[in-house]
Design a binder for this molecule. Structure first.
Ligand code: GTR
Length: 323
């Protein structure tokens, strides 16, 4: 009896809390519970709920519950999904300006990337989302991405010749692997583990936390820290969901997203270190003293193919000139 009453009480509390939210924004993320992008949006939800006296809430659907990234972006544009935390990479084929943040070695470091996205260039690119039925809210961290594979240690660019790598669904990344002499297969994140395991591809590329949380390190025992990409991640909202909010509530959402960024960065740093430790402890061979110069030099054709307008050239120059 006591158990039943406790259960009913818990249910009532649950219902009460749910009813207090006038609007619950459904937010998508490919990463599992506890991953920094997931906890950052949950944190944003707490801020929003508090500041709106419980009217505005966010529910994060982690672990790709709402689908793989490219599909969820479409759903967000259509207004089926309200919010989405994704890498900027899959936007490249939709919003041309996002390509500049996805160019290999465009950022000299994560700090350089922060200075760019926190400044005017970052705002200019976020503004481009509005033309595509989306509202850009904030940039999150995605560390530096490097190659991993199941076959052999990659110690120089020559080792990449003929190897196959999964990339995110963007032509920039396909051309990047091509320029290094490898073969690129664009593929949803959720298919990578099995594809490496079965030998359909030799490897993929990602940052420490993704390499670890996806379990890819279990099937790809070589990780070469060439750090070819520092692609920021973004939190976007569907324009349809946005337009349903009053101007005051839109401001609350914008501010909460902004305030979640420092929290995100802190979480990211801690997770990066923990993931690295876990991967090293698992015995993955880490190739760290790699000469990046030939990699950087090989990227010329990628820039030639993708930086094709004056507007894009100007963005690239502005990024390079940012201290
Ligand atoms: C991760 C990123 C995800 C997803 C994934 C991928 O680093 O956080 O949003 O883009 O990479 O490679 O698909």
């Amino acid at each position: 009896m006591k158990t039943t009453l406790t259960a009913i009480a818990a249910l009532m509390v649950g219902t009460g809390a749910a009813m207090a939210c006038e609007v619950t924004l459904r937010s998508s993320d490919t990463h599992p519970e506890g991953y920094p992008t997931v906890t950052a949006v949950q944190h944003m939800g707490e801020l929003l709920e508090e500041r709106s006296d419980g009217r505005l809430c966010i529910e994060v659907f982690h672990s790709a519950q709402l689908g793989e990234e490219a599909d969820t972006i479409e759903q967000t544009q259509l207004g089926v999904i309200d919010m989405n935390r994704v890498s900027l990479g899959p936007f490249n084929n939709i919003i041309e300006e996002t390509k500049v943040f996805s160019l290999p070695y465009i950022f000299r470091s994560v700090d350089h990337m922060h200075r760019v996205v926190d400044g005017e260039i970052g705002q200019d690119i976020l503004a481009e989302f509005e033309e595509h039925d989306l509202v850009g809210l904030a940039y999150f961290d995605g560390g530096a991405r490097s190659f991993y594979n199941s076959q052999k240690p990659i110690t120089s660019i020559d080792d990449i010749e003929g190897m196959s790598f999964r990339v995110m669904q963007s032509d920039v990344f396909v051309d990047m692997v091509d320029a290094l002499g490898g073969n690129a297969t664009p593929m949803p994140y959720g298919e990578v583990y099995t594809s490496i395991q079965t030998g359909a591809i030799d490897g993929a590329e990602n940052n420490w936390p993704s390499f670890e949380s996806s379990g890819h390190y279990e099937v790809a025992g070589y990780y070469t820290l060439d750090e070819h990409l520092i692609v920021p991640e973004v939190l976007v909202m569907s324009k349809t969901a946005w337009d349903r909010l009053s101007a005051e509530d839109q401001e609350l959402v914008r501010q909460a997203a902004k305030d979640a960024v420092p929290y995100m960065r802190e979480q990211w740093q801690a997770r990066e270190a923990a993931s690295e430790e876990q991967v090293r402890a698992a015995g993955v061979e880490i190739i760290e003293d790699i000469d990046k110069t030939p990699f950087i030099e090989a990227m010329g054709p990628v820039y030639d193919t993708h930086v094709t307008s004056d507007a894009l050239r100007e963005l690239v120059t502005r990024i390079q000139e940012t201290e």
